[in-house]
Write a protein that binds this ligand. Structure first.
Ligand SMILES: [Zn+2]
Length: 338
């Protein structure tokens, strides 16, 4: 018996006023042939040694019992169902409508009624697949108020972007596991994706017409100049020696992240990506030494054309001494031309 709290009150067991304990005890019960243990709460009278139910304890104890069963057989608990509904900030009634279930189905599932297996699968899919939720939402649009529909749609889009970002970040991190312990390639720091996005935006904010190739070179110069001075890079990027100079590994995935923005610009012969900082961009992670280095790199190269900066890179010891398509060591930073 675990004591949760005590309170002086009229005890309904001995009918006298005294400190009455509110306690939690382990109970056992059988549901659909499955025996489960669960925590149940009561008030307890020391004098009569009697357990009493109070206010909504019958309800909450029953939900605890059903949740223990749900866990035992691998179903979502009532709280997990509530959390899924909260992802989309949708009401119980509307959630039932969107799923095409009876109007009080969700309310019941969040309480005493144990959901059936098929509905449980549907709820899990809704949690992990916001695109599918959007399809269901569109299908039930006519049954929802316009305001509610757009609110849920926006929540679903937000959830979709978060999922996508999470997946993209994980895939970059997975690529980088092969560089663990190779600090000469990562510049003595672990790849910090959020910080990297910040560097890109800082450059985009201060360099007019910042295109892809030039951005990559400016990242390399920033990392290497900082390494030269402070013994460590800024981003943790590993750069490979490609024909147009240093290219950060994972770069193609990184630019798909939320928070990296660019305009697609049509030129005579090709399409270019012109990077721009988000309107609400502000420096949060960059250190003073890092900003100082990036500012110098900006000052030095902001007016360079892509060809000029590529040529500059081609003359660097680091590039000339690294076999094509191989990672460039930060050891060469001490011979950096800037
Ligand atoms: Zn009592």
């Amino acid at each position: 018996m675990k004591v949760i709290s005590t309170k002086k009150k009229l005890c309904l067991s001995c009918m006298e006023e005294h400190e009455v304990k509110r306690v939690e005890v382990q109970e056992e019960n059988i549901f659909k042939g499955v025996r489960v243990k669960y925590p149940a709460r009561y008030e307890y009278c020391d004098r009569t040694e009697e357990y009493l139910t109070y206010e909504d304890s019958i309800d909450t104890n029953d939900i605890a019992f059903k949740d223990a069963y749900r866990k035992e057989v691998g179903l979502l608990t009532s709280q997990e169902i509530i959390e899924i509904r909260n992802i989309y900030d949708v009401s119980q009634k509307d959630f039932s409508k969107i799923l095409g279930w009876g109007s009080s189905t969700i309310t019941r599932y969040e309480n005493h009624q144990v959901q059936d297996g098929v509905h449980d699968d549907v709820l899990r899919k809704v949690a992990s697949d916001p695109k599918w939720f959007m399809e269901l939402l569109t299908r039930s649009k006519s049954e929802l108020t316009e305001k509610a529909y757009y609110k849920y749609l926006n929540k679903a889009k937000e959830h979709y972007r978060r999922n996508r970002d999470k997946y993209l970040k994980e895939s970059i991190e997975a690529t980088y596991t092969k560089y663990e312990g190779k600090s000469h390639l990562t510049g003595n720091v672990d790849l910090d994706i959020d910080k990297t996005v910040e560097v890109i935006n800082y450059l985009a904010l201060n360099v007019p017409n910042l295109h892809k190739v030039k951005l990559m070179k400016m990242l390399w110069y920033s990392d290497n100049l900082h390494y030269k001075r402070e013994g460590k890079a800024i981003t943790g990027f590993v750069y490979n020696a490609l024909p147009l100079g240093a290219v950060p590994e994972g770069y193609e995935t990184l630019v798909l992240l939320e928070g990296v923005e660019y305009d697609v610009v049509q030129y005579d012969e090709y399409i270019g990506y012109k990077f721009k900082a988000p309107l609400d961009f502000k420096v949060e992670k960059l250190l003073d030494t890092e900003i100082q280095v990036i500012d110098e790199v900006i000052e030095r190269f902001k007016n360079y054309t892509t060809t000029q900066i590529v040529n500059k890179m081609h003359e660097e010891e680091a590039y000339r001494n690294t076999p094509k398509y191989q990672p460039i060591s930060y050891e060469y930073a001490k011979k950096l031309s800037i």
